[in-house]
Design a protein around this ligand. Structure first.
Ligand code: SF4
Length: 344
């Protein structure tokens, strides 16, 4: 069955220009397919420099891969025109980190909701337009009478972000790509916004790709998870397996970094060599090696000779680590099949 949106062996290299000091790989041989039939919630987790932003830009057609393909309903995304392009713009919606940037402070918030209705001809009258806006706001838990008619600065950050979710819902998309949607709102509102996304998934059958640096919220809302490190998949699979019994040393580091609710409890993280946490550097093109070798307490000679392939350590999990080298090797594009196995 043709996927709604698919990244197939996608690599993105930056810095190939005349004035650049050298090329760096932002994303390496990445594959993922989102079904148009079976709604899913997939989390993509990584720190700054892991390739998350590049991946979002590729999936939205805002950048072209250096190699590989991004396909919408089987057609190359960057070459879509006419009705195909229009269908993509309707079926795939994005929600970004900073909702304030999307609002024009001189317009009431009604404006951001009215625009897609007009652009896609969704309402035949003002009354119909108002009904559509009200129903989208209600779908994300906002009261229309307390939201419409206000200016952006009169609403909280959480309300503004939920309006962006409502805006995405208006078009009845098949997929929402949510790029760090709760990183700029108060902790108290995070659950509300994430629950809005989950409701859309369950009630309206909208798939969610949730991009985040936060393993905790990824665990709360997703079915499957992909952990990226310096542009490559470190570990991927069913979220319960990956978070509760991580196999890749980087995933173990992330899990160990989650603050324990009990202040008396010992910190569970692994000892990590080299640099501390923080922005991961992109890796240059050229000889391949495990991107985590300079921080890994288990590094072996083979880790700097060749990048580890994906080892399938469980029917619903892969890990790119030589510690799992007794397990069968799978091609990156097989990850899609393995992730699909995590869904009911
Ligand atoms: Fe560590 Fe080697 Fe595994 Fe990389 S492949 S995470 S360096 S053990």
């Amino acid at each position: 069955m043709t996927a709604l949106l698919e990244a197939r062996n996608v690599t993105k290299v930056f810095g190939a220009g005349l004035l650049s000091a050298g090329e760096t790989v932002a994303l390496r041989d990445f594959s993922l397919a989102i079904s148009g039939e079976q709604p899913s919630v997939t989390a993509i987790v990584g720190e700054s420099g892991s390739g998350k932003t590049t991946l979002v830009r590729l999936l939205l057609g805002l950048a072209a891969p250096t190699s590989g393909q991004v396909l919408f309903r089987g057609k190359e995304l960057t070459t879509l025109t006419g009705d195909d392009r229009r269908r993509f713009l309707k079926d795939v919606q994005a929600i970004f980190q900073d909702p304030f940037e999307v609002f024009n402070p001189f317009y009431k918030v009604d404006h951001v909701l009215a625009l897609p209705i007009e652009n896609f001809g969704l309402a035949a009258s003002k009354r119909e337009r108002r009904e559509l806006m009200e129903s989208a706001l209600s779908a994300v838990g906002l009261r229309p009478e307390e939201t419409l008619g206000r200016y952006p600065h009169q609403l909280s950050g959480g309300q503004r972000q939920r309006i962006m979710v409502a805006r995405a819902v208006l078009l009845r998309p098949r997929l929402i790509i949510a790029d760090e949607p709760v990183s700029m709102v108060d902790a108290s509102l995070r659950a509300t916004i994430l629950n809005s996304l989950l409701t859309l998934n369950r009630d309206l059958g909208i798939s969610i790709v949730y991009i985040t640096h936060d393993l905790t919220t990824a665990f709360q809302i997703s079915e499957d998870i992909i952990v990226l490190y310096r542009g490559a998949v470190a570990e991927a699979g069913a979220v319960g397996l990956v978070v509760q019994t991580p196999e890749h040393p980087y995933t173990r580091l992330l899990v160990g970094s989650i603050p324990a609710p009990d202040p008396a409890a010992a910190w569970q993280g692994e000892r990590v060599l080299g640099r501390g946490s923080g922005a991961a550097r992109l890796i240059p093109t050229g000889p391949s090696f495990c991107a985590f070798h300079d921080r890994c307490p288990h590094a072996m000679p083979i880790c700097v000779e060749q990048a580890p392939p994906l080892f399938q350590t469980d029917p619903t999990r892969v890990a790119a680590c030589y510690l799992a080298r007794d397990s069968p090797v799978v091609a990156p594009e097989q990850m899609t099949r393995i992730l699909a196995g995590t869904r009911p």
